[in-house]
Every structure is written in C-alpha cells, then in structure tokens.
Design a protein around this ligand. Structure first.
Ligand SMILES: [Zn+2]
Length: 271
C-alpha cells in the first residue's frame, strides 16, 4: 500500500524545500510489518530501493514518476528483506547487471555488488555510505544517504526505533559495536528501520528506564507510522543505545556495556 505521503508531510516541517529538490525518501508497507523505501534524486531522477520484499508498488511508483532505478540496497539476507530482489529486476525488465543489487552477504538474492565497510556509492548526486553492522546476520549492512544538506540511515534489522534486532548470527559484542557505529553519526540523522516494532519496543524500554522522561514523551506522541526517528532521539530513549548509562546498567545488573547488551537482549527476548 502506498502510504509514504505521510512521512513526507511529517518531514516537511523540519526539512527545507531545497532538501526535497535533491533527495526524497518514501516508505511503503510490506508483508506483516516490514518497511520498504524508495530514495530518489530529484535532480537526476535516479533512484534506489531498500529491501523491496513486495516490489509491485515500488515499480508502479518508479514508472509513474519517470524515475530511473539504478540500485537495490539490501540490508540482509532474510526473505522479508531480500526475497523480492529477483522479482524487482524482472518487473523492471532490466538486463543482467543493468541494475546494481548491493549487499554484504554473498548469499543475497540477485547480488551483483558485494560491499565492504565504509564503501561509497552514488544514486544520482546522493552519496551512499555502506556500514557493516554484523550481529542480526553476519553480513548485515546499514546505508547512510546524504545530499550534503540532510542525512538519513536505513538500519534494516540492526537498529529499530526503541530497540534492536535479535542476535541470530552474532554476539552481544558485535551488536554493541554496530550500534555504537550508528550512535556516532550526526544526531540529526534520520533513522528508517526495517520493521514497525516501535510500540512494543518502547513498552520494554519503559520497564528498563521507568523514569526516562524522553521515553515517556515518545510513548505519548506515538502514531501508527513511527518512522523516521533520529540518532539523537534513539540515544535518549533506546536502551540498546544506552548500555553505558547507569540507569540501564542498574536494570541489567551489569556495568560492562557488552554484558549489559547481552542481558538486555535476553530480557527483551522473554518480554
Ligand atoms: Zn531479519
């Protein structure tokens, strides 16, 4: 379903109109609670999609708007993220190699371009930086996009709003490093994650830090679509980004951030 207009309206209050003449980000719902994204450069009309699990609506939008798809950015190999890559290529009628399929895991559906940490790509005039963020899966990649006026990051199943992904192929130490890598981005960076899990994540966060006023304010202002967040906001209320805070360490009974991360994940798994 095409619902991205909502986020455009939300963003328009904080982002200058010049921003929209360069980079535009739209979100689409897929499957149960997944988000897919379309990133377009208004100057060159080039665009990319992120995790196109149900590509029909993306292809329709790309055609209707006369955009040129150059790149499929895949965060990780799970079917609800990478499972639509081949269908997307078929629907676009692309010859082999015409559209780059990017990711960090060699088993990714349709992969043509395996990226390394900090590798840079271009979508028109938009710069993309690929950040290796292993743990949820070993080859998980987050994508930072910037038009030099504004910046956003697509975090897949590594960072959720108020939470983080399960440790399927990695350790607490890896999740700690991956989240700290994201934490070091400009606090104004917009966060677009892979699933709408925000409500439940914040309910868990409230058991960790019942006195966190930023968390209470976030819970009070929730709407059905909760993206985007910002890195700065996640640092204020996401317990998995706050393993160095005494309040979160007290809850877990661990003072080492990695042990705190491991314990938090255990507690969330049982929540
Ligand atoms: Zn996943």
């Amino acid at each position: 379903m095409f619902v991205r207009q909502q986020s455009v309206l939300k963003l328009s209050s904080v982002i200058s109109s010049f921003y929209y003449r360069t980079m535009k980000i739209r979100h689409f719902n897929a499957l149960e609670d997944n988000y897919m994204y379309l990133i377009s450069d208004d100057k060159t009309k080039e665009c990319a999609v992120v995790d196109p699990a149900e590509p029909d609506v993306l292809v329709k939008t790309i055609r209707n708007e006369g955009l040129k798809l150059t790149t499929i950015l895949t965060t990780h190999h799970h079917y609800d993220h990478a499972g639509g890559n081949n269908k997307m290529l078929i629907l676009m009628g692309a010859d082999k190699g015409q559209i780059k399929v990017v990711g960090g895991d060699n088993s990714l559906q349709g992969l043509t371009h395996s990226v390394t940490d900090n590798e840079k790509l271009k979508i028109g005039e938009i710069e993309v930086t690929c950040l290796s963020t292993p743990c949820h899966t070993a080859g998980h990649v987050c994508y930072v996009v910037t038009d030099e006026k504004e910046q956003a990051v697509f975090t897949g199943d590594t960072l959720f709003i108020g939470g983080c992904g399960k440790f399927f192929e990695g350790t607490a130490s890896q999740m700690q490093s991956s989240l700290q890598k994201l934490a070091s981005l400009d606090p104004k960076t917009l966060v677009y994650c892979g699933h709408e899990y925000t409500k439940k994540n914040l309910q868990f966060a409230a058991t960790v830090e019942p006195d966190n006023q930023d968390l209470q304010a976030k819970q009070a202002s929730l709407t059905s679509v909760t993206i985007p967040s910002t890195i700065g906001d996640e640092l204020k209320f996401n317990p998995f980004m706050r393993t160095n805070q005494s309040s979160v360490q007290r809850f877990t009974g661990k003072t080492d951030p990695v042990e705190c991360m491991a314990e938090l994940r255990e507690r969330k798994n049982r929540f």
